[in-house]
Design a protein around this ligand. Structure first.
Ligand code: CTP
Length: 451
């Protein structure tokens, strides 16, 4: 995934076509509730209609960061209506939201009653994103309370709904919060995982508001999946993805590594979030930022990767091994730097085999019905080697791609053939790694057993 460019906070420019290429659509997908989809067109639908986004803001200090999210929406041609809660106005005032969005920002259902805002705003939205979302707001949404304009909007929306929780670690980890999150996800809402880092005050931990640029990317992906919310076919599912390359240390300064950039695995993680999944990304070496909404476990070696993947896979519906795992590691690790000796040839480096994690997971299937996907990086006889590897590894799907100079590694695009254990072969033409990721999920979804 390429890092999005940083727009500057300047006076608002003229509306443009949405950057995601979407035309808005009808917003008929299921929102945070399990209610029936809307069948009629959204008000003002048409090819030139700007996608209508509702930005719900609840009472957390991260409300100020939502200003940047709002600018990203408006500058890329979205029509944004901000619905702040009364508590959030302690952090950012109504005037800021109205000025930045170009639309009125109201909190209560009693304003402009003739327009029936408590119903209209949700009904006509193509996307509702609540950012930041407090633990109180998660609880209200999960239980269907409707005591202000935002909670009413959540109940009337039939479009995709994204919650961006931000709170202290204790609140996030509390079973009450986690149960509310699980409820919302089960109903099809996208609840993105908070980031880990500095929180308000002196503490650090999970609960931080993710980078607005990353949140915007998730929103863009959800919108691009279309009005039917086709996307949320991974709602309520836990998927584990490994990405990047492992590094096998030889001494404190040297390691055996590989050219993997992590882009394919990160694209798989981002597309899975947009399709509603809870995502654990086990990340080897990569320079990419942690994607918003994903639980990221950073590892170094193949042995650490194995441990992290097996742990996360225990309750996973699908495991995708996109990491480039070193097959061998140095047999010994020198605790001090290996020095060259004048007049002496270097000692050869003895290697030992690393565990084959994909083969182990495919044999294990820690959860019944778990779908396991592998990648095959080949330089010669690509398809023949891929077919043999599929059988040898025992996975359900194997994404075969040719690697080499300027191919696959490090590039933002890729082409592949996805081989299935039942003999089906799906060629995926050259295109962005996100497109390949979506094709992979398209093939995973029908293989998942009923939740
Ligand atoms: N893989 C793994 N554990 C390893 C090596 C690879 O889990 N020790 C996984 C990779 O993540 C990938 C798949 O196995 O999903 C295939 O990786 P690849 O490097 O193409 O194949 P190898 O197993 O190394 O086989 P070969 O040496 O024949 O290329």
């Amino acid at each position: 995934m390429d890092k999005p460019t940083q727009p500057e906070l300047e006076p608002q420019s003229e509306p443009q076509q949405p950057a995601d290429g979407s035309t808005g659509g009808n917003g008929v997908a299921d929102g945070s509730g399990a209610a029936a989809p809307r069948t009629g067109p959204a008000v003002g639908s048409g090819p030139d209609r700007r996608p209508k986004v509702v930005l719900g803001v609840s009472g957390g200090i991260a409300a100020y960061k939502a200003c940047e999210l709002l600018r990203r929406f408006t500058e890329s041609g979205h029509d944004v209506r901000v619905v702040p809660t009364a508590a959030s106005l302690h952090f950012v005032g109504e005037a800021t939201w109205a000025a930045l969005s170009g639309n009125p920002a109201s909190t209560e259902v009693w304003e402009s009653v003739h327009e029936v805002p408590h119903v209209r705003i949700g009904q006509s939205a193509d996307l509702v994103v609540v950012a930041p979302c407090t633990t109180d707001m998660l609880a209200k949404a999960a239980h269907g309370l409707a005591d202000d304009l935002l909670t009413n909007t959540l109940l009337t929306a039939r479009c995709p709904v994204i919650f961006v929780p931000a709170m202290h670690t204790e609140m996030w980890e509390h079973p009450a919060t986690q149960e509310n999150v699980a409820t919302l996800r089960r109903r099809g809402a996208v609840v993105i995982e908070p980031a880990v880092g500095r929180l308000t005050g002196v503490d650090t931990g999970k609960g931080r508001f993710p980078d607005p640029a990353e949140i915007f990317e998730t929103c863009r992906r959800v919108l691009a999946r279309g009005p039917q919310g086709l996307g949320r076919d991974l709602a309520g599912r836990h998927v584990v993805i490994s990405a990047g390359g492992t590094r096998e240390p030889l001494d404190p300064v040297r390691f055996l590594g590989n050219r993997s950039s992590g882009k394919q695995g990160y694209a798989l993680a981002c597309t899975a979030v947009a399709r509603g999944a809870r995502v654990t990304l086990v990340a080897g070496n990569s320079e990419l930022p942690d994607p918003a909404g994903v639980d990221v476990v950073h590892i170094g070696t193949a042995v650490q990767l194995r441990e992290a993947v097996l742990k996360a896979a225990a309750d996973a519906d699908a495991v995708v091994m996109a990491a480039a795992v070193a097959d061998f590691r140095p047999a010994t690790y020198a605790t001090g730097k290996i020095k060259k000796q004048d007049g002496q040839e270097p000692e050869p480096v003895a290697l030992v085999r690393n565990p084959d994690i994909l083969a182990e997971i495919s044999a294990d299937r820690s959860r019944p019905g778990q779908v396991v996907v592998g990648f095959a990086a080949e330089t010669d006889d690509v398809l023949a080697n891929g077919r043999a590897k599929l059988t040898r590894k025992g996975c359900d799907l194997l994404v075969v791609n040719e690697v080499g100079d300027h191919k696959a590694f490090g590039s933002a695009a890729n082409e592949a053939v996805i081989l299935a254990a039942d003999g089906a072969e799906t060629p995926v033409p050259y295109g962005p790694k996100e497109a390949l990721s979506d094709r992979i999920w398209d093939l995973v979804v029908p293989r998942l057993t009923a939740p």
